[in-house]
Design a binder for this molecule. Structure first.
Ligand code: AHG
Ligand code: MN
Ligand code: MN
Ligand code: MN
Length: 334
């Protein structure tokens, strides 16, 4: 079968949809190249001195892993000089990162979770990188955090790399979702799945059950119905899967359906859940909706949320749209 590279795919998409200008295509190719470099580091494991803790804390209050920092550096260095960006933002950096004055500025802004699933790094379970692209506001001067406060529906591209048995890149620019597999010998991304679609119905759910006692009633109700299986109101059995790497759980859902949930919990109503809106929930919501799925915070579409803080958290319910509708409906009844 004729192999289609990432570049050829993006050029053809531009001809079809005219929404991938050269600057955006070049930006996506730079990010994809950076993900290849991260994949190479991840693959070294103990042989590459990339495992273990960096003994530093990030703005999230998490102890950073060495690979959190290595991946962040790789993405910063790869994207600083190209001239496509005005600024970057990352889970691992407290404030935004303007492009240094020695480099030309572009009209895009890149946000990323450089290493998603950090708790899985040292036990050789799939991890990944998540990224989101916004346009810089017209006439923007020195970039500020306020320039990043755009709803997820404003994203012009989003994607993730998953570093698993294969290294894969999943990408959307608003014309559906496509998946590329890294050919390690050639060092190139090869199109391996076109137009990914999430089944509307599923019998599989993903949630961290150890937080059950802290969930709000709509989630308690929904999960207890799934757990009741064929003796309960749903009349059928459900399977639970939880990898604790969002990229890996979302990738499974993109391929065979499912619902992924990270709810807010009662412990701290000021912190609505664990996942971050700007560089986890928004890019994944864009991808999931482009694949025919749904993504809400329990009450509203994630892509409609107007951000106020760069690192703000949001409850996440995403995946097979019929199941997202059920649990969202329970929230709306309260
Ligand atoms: P990160 O490693 O970038 O901080 O993200 C981890 C997130 C997400 O990948 C995953 O779904 C979730 O944390 C797992 O949370 P638990 O450890 O509570 O299961
Ligand atoms: Mn993450
Ligand atoms: Mn991370
Ligand atoms: Mn983290």
């Amino acid at each position: 079968m004729k192999r289609v590279s990432l570049t050829q795919y993006l050029v053809e998409e531009q001809r079809l949809h005219n929404n991938i200008p050269a600057e955006l295509r070049l930006l996506i190719e730079v990010v994809a190249r950076a993900c290849k470099t991260i994949s190479h580091s991840v693959g070294k494991g103990a042989l590459g001195e990339v495992l273990g803790s960096a003994d530093t804390e990030n703005v999230q209050g998490e102890v950073q892993k060495k690979l959190d920092i290595i991946s962040n550096e790789i993405l910063l260095e790869a994207n600083e000089w190209g001239g496509h960006l005005a600024a970057m933002a990352s889970e691992e950096m407290e404030s935004i990162h303007p492009i240094p004055n020695r480099y030309p500025k572009g009209e895009y802004m890149l946000l990323f979770d450089p290493l998603d699933g950090s708790s899985n790094i040292d036990v050789n379970v799939s991890i990944g990188t998540i990224f989101s692209v916004l346009k810089a506001p017209e006439g923007m001067g020195q970039p500020s955090e306020a320039d990043f406060m755009q709803a997820g529906s404003k994203q012009v591209a989003a994607g993730y790399a998953v570093y698993g048995p294969q290294t894969m890149l999943v990408l959307t620019t608003g014309n559906g979702v496509n998946c590329f597999t890294l050919d390690r010998e050639m060092g190139s991304w090869v199109l391996t799945q076109r137009g990914m679609q999430i089944p509307a119905k599923t019998k599989e759910f993903a949630i961290n059950m150890s937080n059950q006692r802290h969930w709000h009633p709509p989630v308690q109700r929904y999960i207890s119905e799934l757990l009741a299986g064929d003796t309960g109101p749903r009349g059928t059995n459900f399977n639970m899967r939880w990898i604790a790497s969002m990229v890996a759980d979302v990738h499974r859902i993109l391929n065979r359906g499912g619902i992924f949930m990270y709810p807010a919990d009662l412990r701290d109503t000021s912190v609505p859940g664990k996942l971050r809106l700007m560089y986890e929930a928004n890019p994944m919501a864009f991808i999931v909706e482009q694949a025919g799925g749904a993504a809400t915070d329990g009450k509203q579409r994630i892509l409609d949320i107007q951000p106020t803080k760069l690192h703000q958290r949001v409850p996440v319910f995403l995946g097979s749209r019929d199941e997202v509708a059920v649990v969202t409906g329970y929230h709306q009844e309260t």
